[in-house]
Write a protein that binds this ligand. Structure first.
Ligand code: NAD
Length: 284
């Protein structure tokens, strides 16, 4: 039976360190502040923004939410981001995805000043991740590395398999694991023979958004399994949230496994706050 990597508990411990850093920044006369931009009417986004607002308030970080209509123009959004770039009271800017369909995420995200890019998604910060320069890196992959730290003394030399190659999770995660000296395999929707490749992983991470896709046939005995997926399903008339991994089957085989909910999700939000402080410190 696997050790459960409880992201909620790990995040709650991490809050204590974040609070210390909030105190340090405030003592320097800086009030850490994050702008949260939520364009459109995606119900999951509204929920995530509310969680971010709540945690910011708990930790003593100011948050300002910009709720924009589904038909917001590219021009309006660009002007908003530019004004936040020029506002020295705002240290961090988050552009919640998905954007309404008429807007291109890559084009809009690159308007954010890389020095305020709290989720490390601008081309500048993603490039720095690739070249190994210090920068702000995406929150979900940072949270996953922190979770791995709780069960591995050293991940160097381990084979890490990442399923999914989005710019927000899969790609930066693969790069961070490579920077930590793992041997890394990236799998995606064109990959063949997924179960056989995944079965060679010491660390298996699924970030695809396909409910209960990863079963026992993907998992080597003794592996660490991290489930990033957040999927809403309906079973026997009841709606619930599940990950990409068949938790009950896989936990019998893995040495350690993260659940959904209370896995990667809380770590992502905690790292959003941690990155906000890293950016606020630059102003001290
Ligand atoms: P995305 O849709 O941008 O990317 C999905 C990736 O999965 C793609 O690279 C695609 O090639 C790959 N993929 C899809 N189907 C596949 C298949 N059958 N076999 C192999 N690869 C396949 O999604 P995303 O933004 O990276 O998010 C992925 C999942 O993680 C979603 O469920 C999302 O809700 C969740 N997520 C969770 C957190 C968190 O904090 N827990 C954060 C971000 C995303």
């Amino acid at each position: 039976m696997a050790h459960i990597i409880n992201g909620k508990e790990i995040a709650e411990k991490f809050y204590e360190q974040i609070k210390v850093r909030v105190g340090e920044v405030r003592r320097q006369g800086v009030e850490p502040c994050i702008a949260l931009i939520n364009a459109g009417d995606d119900p999951a986004s509204a929920l995530y923004i509310a969680k971010k607002e709540k945690l910011a308030a708990y930790l003593g970080i100011t948050s300002i939410v910009y709720k924009l209509d589904n038909d917001v123009s590219e021009n309006y959004l660009s002007e908003l981001i530019n004004s936040l770039n020029n506002n020295n009271k705002v240290h961090a800017i988050l552009l919640q995805s998905p954007l309404p369909k008429h807007l291109q995420f890559r084009k809009i995200v690159d308007i954010i000043d890389p020095n305020k890019d709290v989720d490390g998604l601008t081309t500048t910060n993603q490039g720095k991740l690739l070249t190994g320069e210090p920068a702000i890196f995406p929150c979900t992959p940072l949270g996953i590395l922190h979770m791995l730290d709780t069960v591995h003394q050293n991940i160097a030399g381990l084979h890490a398999v990442v399923i999914g190659r989005s710019t927000i999770v899969g790609r930066p995660l693969a790069q961070l694991l490579l920077n930590a000296n793992c041997s890394v395999t990236s799998l995606h929707s064109y990959s063949r023979d997924l179960p056989a490749i995944c079965k060679t992983a010491d660390i298996l991470i699924s970030a695809i958004g396909k409910p209960l896709f990863v079963g026992r046939e993907f998992v080597k005995s003794g592996a660490t399994v991290i489930d990033v997926g957040i999927n809403r399903i309906e079973k026997d008339g009841i709606k619930k949230t599940v990950g990409d991994v068949k938790f009950d089957d896989v936990k019998e085989l893995a040495a350690a496994i993260s659940p959904v909910p209370n896995g990667v999700g809380p770590m992502t939000v905690a790292y959003l706050m941690s990155n906000t402080l890293s950016l606020a410190f630059r102003c001290c």
